[in-house]
Design a binder for this molecule. Structure first.
Ligand code: ZN
Length: 353
């Protein structure tokens, strides 16, 4: 096994990581190399859980922060090996997120005496179902390994801090009627027609804009599906509108549910899926110090990501890493070498100043 050299430049390391194929489910090789490379450093304690590798400093500092990145990529799309041109690294996973992983590995190798204890997590299966996600599995088996006052998930974010994340809840709002032959429709009651009131409430709904820690979380309430109908000649007795509510992280799941029951008062409402939001936690000292170094205007995170997995564990988290998230999963994805270096430099300042 050729050794992964963690002291080469960040861009060189990122390109080397791109050249170790690691489509979700096949991360054993890259995890072996990462584990072996990190184990060479006496200032790190290294743990392996499946194809997830955790490395921790243990200096007894006042606080501990977590830096995390996933090792896997989406499937190959005729975009390996890495190709470098004009200050860009092209290739599968370059943007999402081997640039970020290179930053994390370089910091792990070179920061023997950081000002905060650091836990580095390099995990597998981020790009597939949540049940296989290495960070999720680790949070179930060894949550103590993910403890910290603040976490940075180094997914591509254009070098901008994206904080917290919205909660999400899906409900089915149901109308009931009575079946009848459509030739004698007055004998029945049309459940699909009755759904117009649900749609009217959704159309009239004004989503909140909620300020938290200086960020504005913009909510959304949308019908994302509708189903009903029995046959071409039957008045339907059932119609179901599926509604997705994206809510600000200051609202709990229970509060979100209560709100939806109020909005759809008079209808049957059933929750089918739900995940809480994550508070940005930017007021915490470690986060404030991080923002002071990284600079720029933090943005709220709208999607549900592994940032939220940390907040579920009580660890406020942000997304911060090199690369443009809009390029993730695209054949032509790339990461600028300068962004890898800038991201590393800023994290290094935060962790040593
Ligand atoms: Zn990613």
């Amino acid at each position: 096994m050729t050794k992964l050299e963690l002291t080469q430049s960040g861009p060189d390391l990122a390109a080397a990581l791109v050249d170790i194929p690691s489509v979700s489910g096949t991360e054993e090789k890259i995890a072996n190399k990462v584990e072996a490379a990190l184990s060479a450093y006496a200032h790190l304690k290294v743990f392996r859980h499946g194809n997830t590798v955790v490395a921790r400093t243990d200096l007894g500092r006042d606080e501990r922060v977590v830096l995390a990145g996933h090792l896997d990529t989406v499937p190959l799309n005729d975009n390996l090996p890495a190709r470098r041109a004009d200050g860009l690294i092209h290739g599968l996973g370059a943007c999402d997120m081997k640039g970020g992983v290179a930053v994390g590995l370089r910091l792990a190798a070179t920061l023997a005496e950081p000002n905060r204890d650091i836990t580095y997590v390099f995990y597998d299966c981020e790009e597939v179902e949540a049940e296989r996600n290495g960070l999720y599995l680790l949070s179930r088996s060894n949550p103590e390994l993910l403890e910290g006052v603040f976490a940075v998930v180094m997914e591509p974010s254009n070098g901008v801090v994206e904080a917290g994340c919205q909660g999400t809840m899906r409900v089915e709002v149901t109308t009931r009627g009575e079946r009848a032959h459509s030739a004698r429709s007055w004998m029945g009651k049309n459940a699909i027609h009755a759904a117009r009131e649900i749609l009217a409430r959704l159309t009239a709904y004004e989503p909140r804009r909620v300020p938290i820690d200086g960020l504005e979380y913009r909510e959304g309430l949308n019908a994302v599906g509708i189903s009903g109908g029995v046959a071409g000649n039957v008045v339907p007795d059932l119609c179901m509108v599926t509604v997705n509510y994206r809510f600000a992280p200051s609202r709990s799941e229970a509060e979100a549910e209560a709100h939806l029951r109020e909005v759809f008062d008079g209808f049957e409402v059933q929750v089918t899926d739900s995940a809480p939001g994550g508070l940005p936690g930017l007021g915490r000292p470690a986060a404030a110090a991080f923002l002071a170094v990284v600079g720029g205007e933090p943005q709220p995170k709208f999607g549900w990501t592994d940032v939220a997995r940390f907040t579920l564990l009580g660890v406020p988290a942000v997304n911060y890493g090199p690369g443009d998230p809009l390029l993730a999963h695209k054949q032509e994805e790339f990461v600028p070498e300068a962004e890898i270096e800038q991201c590393e430099q800023r994290l290094r300042t935060w962790l040593t100043a």
